[in-house]
Design a protein around this ligand. Structure first.
Ligand SMILES: [Zn+2]
Length: 336
């Protein structure tokens, strides 16, 4: 492409300071891959229209076509919180697996994920785990999960969130809990508060609001516009009050607005909790969000052999460059 001139590529090996997981930062890779990250707008709107026809989550069908909780769990059958509807998952991914339908609209662009929409969803999910913790206290490890659009693993177009709850943590939650405990024993301080105070002085800190701190991780797990949030001093989701849920919703909305500005239309996010039945001084509730590839006829996926089978992390641009881009975006939106 450059008349056979030699070009130098750099590979920077980074390690996550808590888990020891490695990530390779490949400078400039984002420029090569960016054409797969945007969507074919025509295809996207055709699919949105097509999937609307029989969508069980659209308002005219949600009460007829979705499952209800058994009466001994919840006599009303479903939980409604303003714009959000909480229902059981027909084919769950954990012994307690529910869905939170987030909007009346069948399809949303990422800039339509307003704080109120995400906040209502979080309040719906939180109402469910409060109920669950009273009725089945042994199912004490909940995780909130967002998969938006098929490239992010969702089989249903309509914006929704999942809450997966088990009697044992998912692998990442278990790893974070174990490593956080070991860090606390070795350092006599919490990894999460050390991370926040360190990053506040450093280059990867974004913003804090309503008790939630936002940053770009030094060694991202997946590296596609990965952003992390920490709810300081709160080790499980039952400890969060409305202010924290709002802080999470506002921050996540802001990041999704940024993704939209970069041309993206899909994302994944997880909200990881410690056990509901005890407070842990060494662990904080934390969130991760990444963008995923766009909707295109080719069906490109970033879930290829390296991350999936070789278990390596790869960042397609330097986290320090991503943080600058997000800062510039949030500054311009705050001023406008
Ligand atoms: Zn729908």
């Amino acid at each position: 492409m450059k008349d056979f001139q030699e070009e130098i590529l750099t590979f920077e090996y980074r390690t996550d300071s808590l888990t020891g997981r490695n990530t390779t930062v490949i400078k400039g890779m984002i420029n090569y891959i960016s054409k797969f990250l945007v969507s074919d707008e025509k295809l996207l709107s055709t699919l949105a229209e097509k999937t609307r026809t029989n969508c069980p989550f659209c308002p005219e069908r949600v009460k007829e076509k979705t499952a209800m909780f058994p009466p001994d769990f919840l006599k009303e059958g479903r939980i409604f919180v303003d714009g959000a509807t909480v229902i059981p998952n027909l084919l769950g991914h954990a012994e307690r697996s529910i869905l939170v339908v987030l909007s009346k609209e069948h399809y949303l662009k990422l800039n339509d994920f307003m704080p109120k929409l995400i906040f209502d969803g979080f309040r719906g999910g939180s109402a469910y785990i409060k109920r669950l913790s009273k009725i089945e206290p042994e199912i004490c490890f909940p995780t909130f999960v967002f998969n938006y659009l098929p490239p992010a693993g969702s089989s249903v177009f309509h914006p929704h969130m999942q809450v997966l709850a088990r009697d044992r943590p998912f692998y990442l939650a278990k790893l974070l809990l174990e490593k956080s405990k070991a860090y606390f024993e070795n350092n006599k301080s919490s990894y999460w508060s050390d991370l926040i105070s360190e990053e506040r002085k450093g280059t990867r800190y974004l913003f804090g609001n309503n008790g939630v701190e936002w940053l770009v991780p030094f060694a991202p797990l997946r590296g596609l516009n990965e952003v992390q949030a920490v709810v300081e001093g709160k080790s499980n989701l039952l400890e969060l009050n409305e202010k924290h849920w709002l802080g999470l919703a506002e921050g996540l909305s802001k990041i999704l607005q940024f993704y939209y500005g970069e041309g993206y239309s899909t994302f994944n996010a997880i909200l990881v909790s410690g056990p509901l039945n005890e407070h842990l001084d060494y662990f904080d509730v934390n969130l991760k969000v990444i963008s995923r590839p766009g909707i295109q006829p080719l069906g490109f996926t970033d879930a290829w052999a390296l991350p999936y089978l070789l278990w390596d992390g790869e960042a397609i641009e330097e986290p320090e460059i991503l943080v600058e881009k997000i800062r510039k975006f949030t500054l311009s939106t705050t001023l406008s």
